[in-house]
Design a binder for this molecule. Structure first.
Ligand SMILES: Cc1cc2nc3c(=O)[nH]c(=O)nc-3n(C[C@H](O)[C@H](O)[C@H](O)COP(=O)(O)O)c2cc1C
Length: 191
């Protein structure tokens, strides 16, 4: 199995950060219940504005075939091609309004991102990998899972162990093995 080349970091950040990337080829090996719950536990302990904890999750494993297919069907075709083989799919959602005040919580999406950041690093620590997707129909997800009005779908994420890039169509295989690209720090830190 060809290994993904690892990029050269400018500063020596933690190996769990250096190790992380978003694969499309996943091993069919299922995640254990312990692994899945450990990922959600990591998400649970993220910081959030007013401790609102606005993140919500709906997940399906391959063993939950009907539920998995329902979640998979929400994805764009381009994502379905590879995500169908992932052992777990997670629909991430936010509670759009504050439980305390009832007002819109404009930090909800920010805080979900923090929770997914935690989940992703915990995945790295367990030798698991996460691929987040914005390419899905939020309307379809809302209908499929009968979501209440104040719960909004944000992404679907695939989680699993690394698989063999050979299982992918040629165009995706090339992307799978490409070096990750990043803007230079000087472009990100504004004066
Ligand atoms: C919110 C969000 C939406 C994304 N949507 C998709 C998607 O629909 N399909 C896909 O293949 N990758 C998607 N990605 C993955 C990004 O393309 C990927 O993270 C980026 O190219 C950097 O690559 P890396 O994660 O391997 O470092 C998404 C990532 C995020 C955070």
């Amino acid at each position: 199995m060809t290994a993904k080349p690892r990029p050269q970091v400018d500063y020596d950040v933690h190996e769990l950060i250096q190790k992380r990337w978003s694969p499309r080829a996943f091993s069919t090996q299922p995640l254990t219940e312990e692994e899945i719950m450990t990922l959600f536990e990591a998400a649970r302990w993220a910081a959030s504005s007013g401790n609102e904890q606005p993140w919500r999750f709906i997940y399906a494993t391959q063993a939950q075939a009907e539920r998995f297919q329902k979640l998979l069907a929400c994805l764009n075709e381009g994502n379905q091609v590879w995500a169908k083989a992932a052992p777990v799919l997670i629909l991430t959602l936010v509670k759009t309004h504050s439980t305390r005040s009832g007002r819109p919580n404009r930090y909800a999406w920010h805080d979900l991102g923090l929770a997914i950041g935690n989940l992703t690093l915990q995945a790295s620590a367990l030798d698991l990998y996460v691929h987040q997707m914005g390419g899905f129909s939020a309307e379809k997800a809302r209908e499929t899972f009968a979501l209440p009005a104040d719960i909004e779908p944000v992404t679907v994420i695939a989680v699993g162990r690394l698989g063999d890039p050979e299982m992918l169509p040629a165009d995706l295989r090339a992307r799978e093995l490409a070096l990750q690209q990043r803007k230079p720090l000087a472009e990100l830190i504004l004066n």
